[in-house]
Design a protein around this ligand. Structure first.
Ligand code: IPM
Ligand code: MG
Length: 371
């Protein structure tokens, strides 16, 4: 039986509390799953790492991430670190992990759990049954393009530059990920860019079109301008299946899509690298889409579902444990069906519970399902 190594990086704020619930889920699978065992290590990232080491991620922690079969990440950031130097701000830890592990493909499902359709800011009929997958390019674009600087001009004014840059290779490999995923879903991809304004948009459009023709003519492809995509997501989100887009548009569109489901506290994500040509293994990091929520941190109020569901994605995408991943998803859905809600998704007539009570309820359902 294989033993997989997980690096847990709880980070800041509610990340600490939600990763604690994931540890219980991992322990559950170590007791019950027959296919594999998990060994865990834990380290600091973000503000927590800065407070102790003066950096957002130490070299040792990065080495552990390189050696792990998957990284399970909580969240980083908070007002406490607003004034720290840019290079060591909490977010730098996450960005370094993405870049150094080569995690170019960010999968962000936006699913409307039936039990939560009324928690959406959109009408129930617009979001009920919604199931979108946003495929965000994660290691290129304006997040990492050089130059990236603020310079002082001769007249004392300042000039800030970020650089949006993409190569054929970067666009092609993310497009392939989107087409592969679409084939397992509703077979439809929207590619979002701004070809009407940006040269990177022109190339993006060109390369996605060519990749489609050569690699996935069986998949339905539509091109959409990113601003129109943002609008269509609130007008009629169910028209989408897979949306593939660059790093910055993906950041924005995935928050928007997540919120329309009424389930921001529920949504997981996977960040994957290229498959190793020898072993077939991919570097991978799994994290909730929500952030560190400093306002409720440490109070036992956080919703652990997105982080638990992120571990579920790890089971599916890193360890080929699809059955176990299904169990996690079912256990979450059943717990919601019973009317249990954390504060962020609380509705009239439901029972409000805290972080660990929600974790316990999910574990109980897991136990029954695995029975
Ligand atoms: C996300 C976050 C990050 C990003 C931040 C924390 C750097 O917003 O994962 O969407 O901008 O990518
Ligand atoms: Mg974001």
């Amino acid at each position: 039986m294989p033993t997989y190594r997980l690096l847990l990086l709880p980070g800041d704020g509610i990340g600490v509390e939600t990763i604690a619930e994931v540890e219980r889920v991992i322990a559950f699978f170590n007791k019950t799953a027959k296919g594999a065992k998990f060994e865990t290590e834990t380290d600091l990232v973000g503000g927590a790492a800065f407070d102790k080491h003066g950096v957002a991620l130490t070299d040792e922690a990065m080495a552990k991430a390189q050696g792990a079969d998957a990284v399970i990440f909580g969240a980083v950031g908070g007002p406490k670190w607003d004034q720290v130097p840019y290079a060591v701000r909490p977010e730098a830890g996450l960005l370094a992990l993405r870049k150094h592990l080569g995690l170019f493909a960010n999968l962000r499902p936006a699913i409307c759990y039936p039990a939560l359709a009324d928690a959406s800011s959109l009408k129930r009929e617009l979001v009920e049954g919604l199931d979108i997958m946003i495929v965000r390019e994660l290691t290129g674009g304006v997040y990492f393009g050089e130059p990236k600087e603020i310079v002082v001009l001769e007249d004392g004014q300042k000039r800030a530059v970020d650089t949006q840059v993409y190569t054929t290779h970067e666009i092609e490999r993310i497009a392939r990920v989107a087409f592969d995923l679409a084939r397992k879903r509703s077979n439809k991809v929207h590619s979002a860019e701004k070809r009407n304004v940006m040269r990177t948009g022109v190339l993006w459009n060109e390369v996605v079109t060519a990749t489609h023709k050569a690699y996935a003519p069986d998949v339905k492809l539509e091109h959409i301008l990113a601003d129109n995509c943002a609008m269509q997501l609130v007008r009629n989100p169910k028209q989408f299946d897979v949306i593939v887009t660059d790093n910055l548009f993906g950041d924005v569109l995935s928050d928007e899509a997540a919120m329309t489901t009424g389930s921001l506290g529920m949504l997981p994500s996977a960040s994957l690298g290229a498959a190793d040509p020898k072993t077939g293994k991919r570097k991978a990091l799994y994290e909730p889409v929500h952030g560190s929520a400093p306002d409720i941190a440490g109070k036992g109020l956080a919703n652990p579902i997105a982080t638990i569901a992120s571990f579920g994605m790890a089971l599916r995408y890193s360890f080929a444990m699809g059955k176990e991943a299904d169990l996690v998803e079912k256990a979450i859905a059943k717990t919601l069906d019973q009317g249990l809600r954390t504060a962020d998704i609380m509705q009239p007539g439901m029972r409000q519970v805290g972080t660990s009570e929600m974790g316990s309820a999910i574990l109980k359902e897991l136990g029954k399902l695995a029975g």
